[in-house]
Design a protein around this ligand. Structure first.
Ligand code: NAP
Length: 315
């Protein structure tokens, strides 16, 4: 029997969890084994993970018993929730509680929980510079995640609170890439003024999570905040212009204008960008890039990411 420590990975067929599974599999002498948790072990993504060497098991955050079975015997667990499935921070809390309870009951020794800041600590609900959403949040997919930190604390599981950042993959898959205006010119439209937006290649989240597991107990009970690079919209547009070989302008709209765009989640995204714009010092300051690079020496810059991904950006 292998003496490797097993890491059970929620969201293994997705972006963050997938990065962690690949980081573990790419380091066969690292002492860790990857257990990929999926609702559908027969999916193409799940089969690809199995073919690459991961143990694939069934688990659903809506089925606590399945999580217990999936965590059983694991040394560590990577936990992430799925806000954009139903835009509900309450669902995230329910899922986080189920994950924390499963980690506790199975004796998992280290959870890395993928979380974000509670923006209400910076912009209280009665601050009307941005609307309150769903009755009790400013940025539900941020605020709800820090709320859910409590699920792990209260369950008493040894946890590292991994605060992630904006994926540059949002430019490919999330409709946040440059759009062609009526004048035919590409424009990157974010309500960020001239503040810097911390961003990263999503694959690096998994690499950092793996580094945290490898460092043993060093980060248990700690918050680790990460990004790959902090760039203004102007800098991103300049780099996109070079990578795409076509002019990309930065269009710094007002957050109120952004919230009025009408796509699902426009108000939420407008609030998120405004929080990052108005609290640039705190939000960037929490994400020390030298420290992140010390955990993951392969950390990509935006230029690195563009070198392999620019051709996938739909323009
Ligand atoms: N986009 C960004 O810039 C950004 C930045 C920071 C944080 N985030 C946060 O990242 C989270 C999403 O992570 P991601 O991007 O890695 O997700 P993702 O790529 O959409 O993948 C999520 C995976 O989770 C699995 N899953 C979905 N519902 C599940 C359930 N009920 N039980 C068990 N597994 C389930 C799915 O796998 P199966 O279908 O195989 O079960 C899916 O492949 C969100 O909460 C979001 O707020 C996003």
């Amino acid at each position: 029997m292998s003496d490797k420590k097993t890491i059970a990975v929620i969201g293994a067929t997705g972006a963050q969890g997938g990065g962690l599974v690949r980081a573990i599999l790419n380091d066969p002498d690292g002492g860790f084994a990857a257990r990929a948790i999926t609702r559908d072990p027969d999916s193409d993504n799940a089969k690809a993970l199995a073919a690459a060497g991961a143990e694939v098991v069934k688990g659903d955050a809506d089925d606590p018993a399945s999580l217990e079975a999936a965590f059983d015997g694991a040394h560590g667990a990577f936990c992430v929730t799925f806000f954009w499935v139903d835009f509900s921070a309450e669902t995230e809390m329910r899922h986080a509680r189920a994950m924390a309870a499963a980690a506790k009951s199975t004796g998992v020794q280290h959870v890395v929980w993928s979380t974000l800041e509670d923006t209400r600590k910076f912009i209280p609900l009665d601050d009307d510079r941005m609307p309150t959403l769903q009755g009790k949040y400013k940025v539900p997919h941020f605020d709800g995640k820090e709320d859910a930190d409590a699920a792990f604390r209260e369950a008493g599981v040894p946890t590292t609170f991994l605060r992630t950042a904006f994926y540059w993959e949002n430019l490919i898959y999330f409709g946040l890439g440059p759009q062609r205006g009526e004048d035919g010119v590409l424009a990157l439209t974010y309500p960020m003024g001239d503040s810097r937006l911390p961003g990263m290649a999503v694959e690096d989240i998994g690499k950092v999570a793996y580094a945290i597991f490898k460092r043993g107990s060093e980060f248990i009970g700690k918050t680790v905040s990460i990004a790959g690079e902090h760039l203004t919209g102007y800098q991103m547009a300049e780099k996109l212009t070079r990578a795409l070989g076509e002019e990309v302008r930065y269009n710094a709209v007002d957050p109120d204008v952004y919230r009025s765009f009408g796509f699902p989640g426009a108000d939420e995204m407008g609030n998120m960008f405004q929080f990052k714009r108005d609290f640039e010092a705190e939000y960037c300051g929490a994400r020390d890039l030298d420290f992140v690079r010390s955990l993951n020496p392969e950390l990509q810059s935006f230029d690195d990411w563009l070198a392999t991904n620019a051709s996938k950006i739909p323009v």
